[in-house]
Design a protein around this ligand. Structure first.
Ligand SMILES: Cc1ncc(COP(=O)(O)O)c(C=O)c1O
Length: 426
């Protein structure tokens, strides 16, 4: 490793990253208007750095393969796009969305029916369903709706950053629950100290899990619901990857546990299953009081979802689902190609059972590098963008996440380029 540090561009990268932080601090200190402390407390958003590095590599003429952000590349279902195009032309859809309107009612019903079809969970469309402008919006506003400055939110770490950033933005207290491969990336709820439990108001869960790809079974969810009821803690389940499971595996809904709706809400999105990340359509279901407070919070902030988008969402949820099945097969095939390719070049990783990510421990000979240094090195030397594990919380350090959002030939090319760069260290 010492030889790698001397001989490779790593020292240069470390200097660049240090210089970047210094410049950022200098820029901030010279500002006329200083950001609120809550923004200063947020960890660095690593995708901003990666975007910069990507732009620099592209400017140097490198054809960058972007496996950084979980931004689906598959085409959206054509019948949904047709519906959106038609509905955009209807003038009435350009008015503010109002609760109880025609499309608003139909969307809630479509969500409840979808839920019943997939999970056999019965929901009251009026009170137990809340459409969102993407699930990210709802998840972060949920913290705003519930956390006071002395309330604790329990957040597994590593995790999708919105789970902890939402808590920090809301001014609540963030309490990390480290999750590890040895315990299948499930939090040990019994290990939370009693004094912490007393102040805790919510626990975030998310399975299939971004970034680790772990899946939870119904047994874990049953234990979580019993624990939440015993301690009067709200369960927030982010179920963004509900459909993206492989080899016949099924991911259960937390609401399949009898009585779960007394303590739980579950978040969904059309972004991943239907390859519609730009549409900005998500929804929350479950505990009616929690949803009422989330709706109240949102009523002070937004004016609902563009009605044309709501019509398109109804088409997605009630129309043919073949595009979802095709997406699953495509991601499964990409996973096989990529993970087997990395194994051939000596980077052995567990086969993910869900999501479109690969969570990769840095090869031993690179373990002296931070995940940001390693990711920077891959962009600059291989033209491959990956997400550094530290972007998902401190327990993600030592890992990088590949998002399989490029076609198979590009993934094969990425493996070849990574192989070349890894050899530089031999
Ligand atoms: C776990 C998880 N939840 C939520 C989201 C955001 O989804 P949306 O597009 O609905 O805001 C993502 C996006 O990457 C995600 O990985």
């Amino acid at each position: 490793m010492r030889r790698l540090l001397k001989a490779s561009p790593i020292l240069r990268i470390q200097r660049q990253l240090r210089e970047r932080s210094r410049q950022e601090r200098r820029r901030n200190s010279r500002r006329l208007f200083h950001e609120a402390n809550r923004l200063k407390r947020l960890p660095l958003y690593l995708f901003t750095i990666l975007d910069e590095l990507k732009a620099q590599a592209t400017a140097r003429g490198i054809d960058v393969i972007d496996l950084g952000m979980g931004n689906p590349d598959l085409p959206p279902p054509p019948h949904v796009v047709d519906e959106l195009a038609q509905q955009v032309r209807r003038p009435e859809n350009h008015r503010y969305s109002r609760k109880g309107g025609d499309v608003e009612r139909k969307l809630n019903e479509a969500i409840a029916q979808w839920y019943h079809r997939k999970f056999r969970v019965t929901l009251d469309p009026l009170h137990e369903v809340l459409p969102l402008i993407g699930s990210k919006e709802g998840i972060s506003h949920l913290s705003l709706a519930f956390l006071n400055h002395d309330d604790i939110a329990l957040v597994p770490n590593p995790t999708y950053p919105v789970h902890f950033n939402g808590v920090v933005m809301a001014g609540g207290i963030l309490y990390n629950l480290p999750i590890h491969a040895e315990s299948h990336y499930l939090p040990d709820l019994r290990a939370v100290p009693r004094s912490v439990l007393r102040q805790s108001k919510m626990l975030f869960l998310s399975y299939p899990h971004n970034p680790t790809t772990a899946v939870a079974d119904l047994k874990f969810f049953k234990e979580a619901v019993a624990w939440a009821r015993a301690h009067r803690i709200m369960l927030v389940h982010d179920f963004a990857y509900s459909d993206l499971t492989f080899d016949g595996l099924r991911a259960p809904s937390l609401l399949e546990v009898p009585g779960a709706a007394e303590v739980a809400v579950e978040f969904h999105t059309l972004s991943k299953s239907y390859s519609l990340p730009g549409l900005r359509l998500g929804f929350a279901v479950g505990n009616r009081d929690v949803l009422a407070s989330l709706a109240k919070t949102k009523s002070y902030i937004d004016f609902g979802i563009f009605r044309a988008v709501q019509w398109a969402a109804i088409k997605a949820l009630t129309g043919p689902q073949d595009s979802v099945h095709r997406a699953v097969l495509t991601y499964q095939q990409r996973r096989n190609t990529f993970v087997q390719g990395l194994a051939r070049i000596g980077w052995e990783l567990p086969m993910p059972r869900a999501t479109f990510y690969v969570w990769a421990k840095l090869p031993l000979k690179f373990s002296a590098l931070t995940s940001l240094e390693f990711a920077t090195w891959l962009v600059q030397e291989a033209g491959v963008v990956v997400a550094p594990g530290s972007g998902f919380g401190e327990y993600g350090e030592g890992f990088v996440r590949f998002a399989l959002v490029e076609p198979e030939p590009r993934l094969r090319e990425a493996v070849q380029r990574i192989a070349r760069v890894l050899q530089m260290a031999d």
